[in-house]
Design a protein around this ligand. Structure first.
Ligand SMILES: [Zn+2]
Length: 515
C-alpha cells in the first residue's frame, strides 16, 4: 500500500455534527482507510508526539485543506455506462421512445476500445463532481464476457469505486411496453427493443450471471458485485427466484427499475394481475423485497406499496433529473421520507439526464416538493445530502464502510474549495452544497486512500488523450445513431399512438401535472 496521507485543517462534514458550520479537523489515511479524524494530528507529528494510528509509519503526503470543506464521496446509486457517448443527443422525449434510440440492443456490437473509452469517460465525469462510488447497471449486448472484463479494467485503472451489475432480462422488450405489439405494423416490429434483450448462449441466463459474478468477486479491489434484473416485468418469476437465491447466498445487492414511467406501471397492471398488478407484491413473492433490494425510480408507487417497502427495509433509488427529461413524472419523495424508506440517489443514463452530477440530483430531490407537497417540511438539505451518501451506501450493504468521514471508513472523500461564489458567505455548508454548488468547487477527490482528482483534473489517467479518443470513436456511433433514427422516424406515428393510449389509461395514481 501507499504511504499514509494527512489532510489538514479542513472543515469536515459530519452528518452527526453541525452540518451548517462543520468543525475543522485533520484526517489521517492509512492503507486506504480513514485512521483518525480529529484536530491536532499535524501538530502532534510536528512536535514529534506519538500518533498511535500511524503505527510508526511516516506521512507520505500532506494536503492542506484549510479554507476548504471536506465531504464524503457521493454514491451514485443508479447509473449506466453504456450510453455515455450519447449525452446531448436527445430532447426531452418519453422514456419508451428514448430507450429505442439510446440503448445497446438498438445498436450493432461496439468495439472494446469504445467500451473502455465510454467507461473511463463516465467515471471521469463522476469523479470530477465528487462521486467516488458508482453503481453501474451495465447492458452488454450482445453479451460478451470480454466486454465485461474491458469495463472492469477501465474502472480499476481510473480508480473509482464501482458496484457492478450486468443488466439482464428474459422477456423481450417489445412485450414489456403496453400497446407496442398491437400498434406497430408487423414489418416494423423487429425494431422494437428494450433496455436489454434476452441473449441466447450455451448456458442458461442464471448460469451465465452466476459464473460471471462468482468468478470475478474480489478480482479488483474497488469493484464489488451486484445483480441487475432490468425490471420485474422484464423478468420471469423463475429468473427472479433464482436471482433471489444467488443474492442470499453471496449477500449481493440487487438493482432494478420499478415503475419508472406510466407505461411500466400499466404493463404491471396488465401482466401481473395475479399479484394485483403490483410489482412490489411480485418481488415480495420472489423473495426479493428485502434490505438488499434497490428499486430505481419508483415514481408510480402506491401508498400501500410504500408501506410494504418500508416494512421490508428495501431501498429506493430516486433519479429526479432523468425522470423529468424522460417525462416520466415526479416520485412521491415526501411519502418515502415520511414512511422511513431508505432513499438513495442516482444520476441515471448520460443520454437521459444528461450528466453525472449529484449536486443536481440533490437539488432536485429537495426542491421537487414544490409540485408534490403544499405543506413545508422534509426533505431538507441534510436529507438530500444523506440520500447522496449514506443511503446509497446502505442500499449496497456498505453503510459501515462508505458515505461518512469517520475512523474505520474507506478514505473516499472530496475537498471543496470554499473560495468560490457558491460558498461566500458560508451561511450553511449543507444548504449551499445542495442548493448552490453545481460541482465547480470540487478540487481534490480521494478514493480508497488514493488521490484521483487533483486541481480539478483526474490524475489516474490522461484526460486529454481520453477526450480525443472518445470524440474519434463517437463518429462511428453517431453514424449508427443516424440509421436508428431514420428507422424510428417511420415507426414514430405508431409509437406515439401507443404512448397516447397508455396515458389515457387509469393505473390508480397520478405522478405528473398535465393539461
Ligand atoms: Zn436506469
Amino acid at each position: 500500500m501507499s504511504e499514509p496521507i494527512l489532510v489538514t485543517g479542513g472543515k469536515v462534514y459530519d452528518q452527526d455534527g453541525d452540518v451548517h458550520h462543520p468543525a475543522s479537523a485533520d484526517i489521517l489515511i492509512v492503507d486506504g482507510l480513514i485512521a483518525a479524524v480529529r484536530p491536532g494530528i499535524a501538530e502532534a507529528i510536528r512536535r514529534g508526539a506519538p500518533v498511535p494510528e500511524l503505527s510508526g509509519r511516516t506521512i507520505g503526503r500532506t494536503i492542506d485543506a484549510s479554507g476548504r470543506l471536506v465531504i464524503p464521496g457521493f454514491v451514485n446509486a443508479h447509473y449506466h455506462s453504456h450510453d455515455v457517448l450519447l449525452k446531448g443527443c436527445f430532447e426531452t422525449i418519453p422514456l419508451e421512445l428514448w430507450l429505442l434510440s439510446a440503448l445497446p440492443p438498438a445498436f450493432p456490437k461496439r468495439s472494446k476500445a469504445e467500451l473502455r473509452a465510454r467507461t473511463l469517460l463516465g467515471a471521469v465525469e463522476c469523479l470530477r463532481s465528487g462521486i467516488t462510488t458508482v453503481q453501474d447497471l451495465a447492458t452488454v449486448f450482445p453479451y460478451d464476457e470480454e466486454h465485461v472484463d474491458t469495463m472492469l479494467q477501465a474502472y480499476d485503472d481510473v480508480g473509482i469505486r464501482c458496484i457492478f451489475a450486468l443488466q439482464i432480462a428474459d422477456v423481450p422488450g417489445a412485450k414489456s411496453i403496453p400497446f407496442w405489439e398491437e400498434t406497430v405494423p408487423e414489418d416494423m416490429r423487429k425494431g422494437l427493443s428494450g433496455a436489454v434483450e434476452p441473449f441466447p448462449g450455451p448456458k442458461s441466463l442464471i448460469d451465465t450471471v452466476t459464473d460471471l459474478t462468482t468468478s470475478r468477486m474480489g478480482r479488483h479491489r474497488r469493484i464489488s458485485w451486484a445483480l441487475g434484473p432490468s425490471s420485474p416485468e422484464r423478468c420471469s418469476e423463475g429468473l427472479l427466484r433464482d436471482l433471489a437465491d444467488l443474492s442470499a447466498k453471496h449477500r449481493l445487492p440487487v438493482y432494478t427499475h420499478v415503475y419508472e414511467s406510466k407505461a411500466m406501471t400499466l404493463i404491471a397492471r396488465q401482466t401481473h394481475a395475479k399479484y394485483g398488478g403490483s410489482l412490489i407484491d411480485f418481488l415480495d413473492k420472489c423473495r426479493l423485497l428485502n434490505p438488499r433490494m434497490n428499486m430505481a425510480h419508483s415514481v408510480w408507487m402506491l401508498p400501500e406499496e410504500i408501506r410494504k417497502i418500508a416494512d421490508r427495509n428495501a431501498n429506493v433509488v430516486l433519479n429526479p433529473v432523468g425522470n423529468l427529461k424522460t417525462r416520466s413524472g415526479v416520485a412521491p419523495i415526501r411519502q418515502y421520507v415520511d414512511a422511513g424508506v431508505n432513499v438513495g440517489l442516482g444520476c441515471d443514463n448520460c443520454s437521459c439526464s444528461d450528466c453525472q452530477n449529484m449536486f443536481q440530483s440533490m437539488k432536485m430531490f429537495a426542491s421537487l416538493a414544490a409540485i408534490t407537497d403544499i405543506e413545508p417540511g422534509p426533505p431538507t438539505a441534510a436529507n438530500a445530502f444523506y440520500a447522496a451518501t449514506v443511503a446509497g451506501a446502505r442500499g449496497a450493504g456498505m453503510q459501515d464502510r462508505l458515505g461518512q468521514i469517520k475512523p474505520g471508513f474507506a478514505a473516499d472523500f472530496s475537498i471543496i474549495d470554499l473560495n468560490d461564489p457558491s460558498f461566500v458567505p458560508l451561511n450553511s455548508a449543507v444548504r449551499q452544497l445542495v442548493f448552490t454548488e453545481a460541482g465547480r468547487s470540487v478540487e481534490t477527490v480521494i478514493v480508497d486512500g488514493k488521490i484521483v482528482v487533483e486541481n480539478r483534473k483526474v490524475v489516474s489517467i490522461d484526460e486529454a488523450a481520453l477526450y480525443a479518443e472518445a470524440a474519434e470513436l463517437a463518429k462511428g456511433l453517431m453514424k449508427d445513431l443516424e440509421g436508428i433514427q431514420t428507422r424510428l422516424a417511420k415507426m414514430l406515428p405508431y409509437l406515439a399512438e401507443a404512448h397516447r393510449k397508455t396515458w389515457a389509461q387509469d393505473v390508480g395514481l397520478h405522478r405528473y401535472i398535465a393539461r
